[in-house]
Write a protein that binds this ligand. Structure first.
Ligand code: ATP
Ligand code: MG
Length: 548
């Protein structure tokens, strides 16, 4: 790890463990439950787990925490792997918690034989009732003192399918008066007659998260099991399982604050609801904060990693301004996204004194780049400008086009508006202009200053495209997500035009459309029907507010 970088508290722990000889090879894991697509919050965990392993020459596994058969799905598994790799990380191994069911079962038998686990016949409601509260101790289950032999027999019968769902559970025998509710004889195994996506009908008992997770870590010899803060209270149970199952070396759990972003939903359950209720087009809808949504929108892995680096790793929860993520994105796109001109809401301009068939002008692909070069743009008598760049009766401070006023067309000529052609309904149909033939680069009046510079496309060669503008899924404010859904989060502009060089855009190609923002060709875009997603606009209010 480089000397001049500030360490986060996880890195400090890891370094201490290495220096003290406690840990030789750092092993971490990213353990998603395959019950949905990964979101930007998971990216933080991925960067932390993979990043820590990379920094210390260790390894990080991708492990599916697939011990709950009901909500899991192959589709999710495929998407998770793709997302992790897209973010730029290669798992040392791709593993499944369900592959260790036999090992977990053996560990449970070990606990039973040691008198540390028992089969309990109380119902879920009764168990809750017996558990007590933060201020009152719990009550012992009447089944707590079954002999090890009886517990073993009953547990094997549970496995063999003798009992129905909920009839019995296996519980740890710890302390019904513990101040930590998680330690009041937690359930280790439950009966669930449900097929599992990998083990099929082999098991009808499934381990609970608090039992399975430490054992999965131990099985893989994970040294640092990094999870989010809500598991802090579970750590004593984690350690209890590891210790009493004789796991050696013992993995250790460390907790960090989960990422919360303003105006962003980060719960898989709720994201799934948006998909199921068709508020969005799918998990990869470009408005979704899922990794696949961000990818389709046009985010870059570099920007997401940069963001995760900048937010750091803390031990207390907070909410990060979504503007920071956009800021990181703009910074990266500014360096890599070739410039193009596109007119989102076209208004025709006829240059009456322009003679001839047209010509080419040169436009820079990327400012300050020595390699990206220039491209040709065609220019001719009829062009399109943005409708919002014209006002018939403008205020004094309007520096764009208006009757009698001049503007420069970027990389081409200065034009002046002479007349306005109207539709029968009174809206503007087209503008008649004249141009200054010497005002192009290299011309006698090239240096002539006019206040506004507009983007434009040539009517002869521009290509139609659809533009999809996005806004946050949630309105500002607090409270229930359903009440905050932004009905205006998608706006489709069906009649946009892009300069000819944009016609070859392939899905995933990113551009800056001058003066408009960053755009990405959508997965559904074809040469016959070009579709561009707004990735992010150009205005960086975050940088302004934070003096960045
Ligand atoms: P959700 O509540 O969104 O469903 P989860 O925690 O149930 O998320 P898992 O699949 O269990 O999702 O998460 C895999 C890993 O990612 C866990 O280690 C979890 O702590 C971490 N993680 C999930 N959400 C966030 C977040 N918002 N910020 C940081 N890490 C997260
Ligand atoms: Mg979870």
């Amino acid at each position: 790890m480089s000397e001049n970088k500030a360490r986060n508290f996880i890195e400090e722990i890891v370094e201490h463990d290495i220096e003290s000889g406690l840990v030789k090879n750092v092993i971490t894991r990213f353990p998603p439950e395959p019950n949905g697509y990964l979101h930007i919050g998971h990216a933080k965990s991925i960067c932390l787990n993979f990043g820590t392993a990379l920094n210390y020459g260790g390894k990080c596994n991708l492990r599916y925490d697939d011990t709950n058969p009901v909500k899991e799905d192959e589709e999710y598994i495929r998407s998770i792997e793709r997302d992790v790799r897209w973010l730029g990380f290669e798992p040392a191994a791709v593993l499944y918690g369900s592959d260790y069911f036999e090992y977990m079962f053996e560990c449970a038998l070990k606990l039973i034989d040691k008198g540390l686990a028992y089969v309990c016949d109380l119902s879920a409601d009764e168990i809750r009732e017996y558990r007590g509260t933060l201020t009152e101790p719990g009550k012992d289950s009447p089944y707590r003192n079954r002999s090890a032999e009886e517990n073993r027999r009953l547990f094997l019968e549970m496995r063999d399918g003798i009992y129905s769902d909920g009839e019995k559970v296996l519980r740890a025998k710890i302390d019904m008066a513990s101040p930590n509710l998680n330690m009041r004889d937690p359930v280790l195994y439950r009966i669930l007659h449900a097929p599992h996506h990998r083990t099929g009908g082999k098991w009808c008992i499934y381990p609970m998260y608090d039992f399975a997770h430490p054992l999965e870590d131990a099985y893989e010899k994970v040294t640092h099991s990094i999870c989010t803060l809500e598991f802090e209270d579970h750590r004593p149970l984690y350690d209890w399982v590891v210790q009493n199952c004789g796991c050696d070396p013992a993995p250790r759990q460390y907790e960090f604050a989960r990422l919360n972003l303003t105006r962003t939903i980060m719960s898989k359950r709720y994201l799934k609801k948006l998909v199921d209720e068709k508020f969005v087009s799918g998990w990869d809808d470009p408005r979704m904060p899922t990794i696949s949504g961000l990818r389709r929108r046009g985010y870059t892995p570099e920007a997401i990693r940069d963001f995760c680096e900048r937010i750091g790793v803390a031990k207390s929860n907070s909410e990060v301004d979504a503007g920071l993520l956009e800021h990181c994105l703009r910074e990266h796109l500014g360096q890599i996204a070739p410039r193009r001109m596109a007119v989102l809401d076209p208004l025709k301009v006829i240059i009456d004194n322009y003679e001839g068939d047209g010509e080419t002008v040169l436009s820079e692909n990327l400012p300050k780049s020595e390699t990206a070069g220039m491209r040709n743009m065609s220019f001719s008598r009829e062009i399109y400008i943005e409708r919002s760049d014209f006002m018939e009766d403008p205020p004094a401070k309007f520096f764009r086009l208006a009757p009698g006023r001049e503007v420069r067309l970027k990389d081409a000529y200065i034009i002046q508006c002479e007349a306005v052609e109207k539709n029968p309904d009174g809206t503007v149909a087209a503008l008649h202009c004249t141009y200054d033939p010497d005002s192009k680069t290299g011309g006698a009046t090239a240096g002539r200053k006019v206040k506004g510079t507009l983007h434009w496309v040539d009517a002869k060669t521009a290509v139609p495209c659809e533009i999809r503008l996005y806004d946050f899924l949630l309105n500002e404010g607090e409270g229930d997500f359903s009440a905050r859904l932004n009905e205006q989060s998608l706006k489709i502009l069906p009649n946009a035009l892009i300069e000819a060089a944009g016609a070859s855009a392939k899905p995933g190609d990113r551009f800056q459309f001058l003066r408009q923002g960053y755009f990405c060709a959508d997965t559904d875009s074809t040469p016959e029907k070009l579709i561009f997603n707004l990735i992010v606009n150009l205005k960086d209010s975050y940088a302004k507010a934070n003096n960045d």
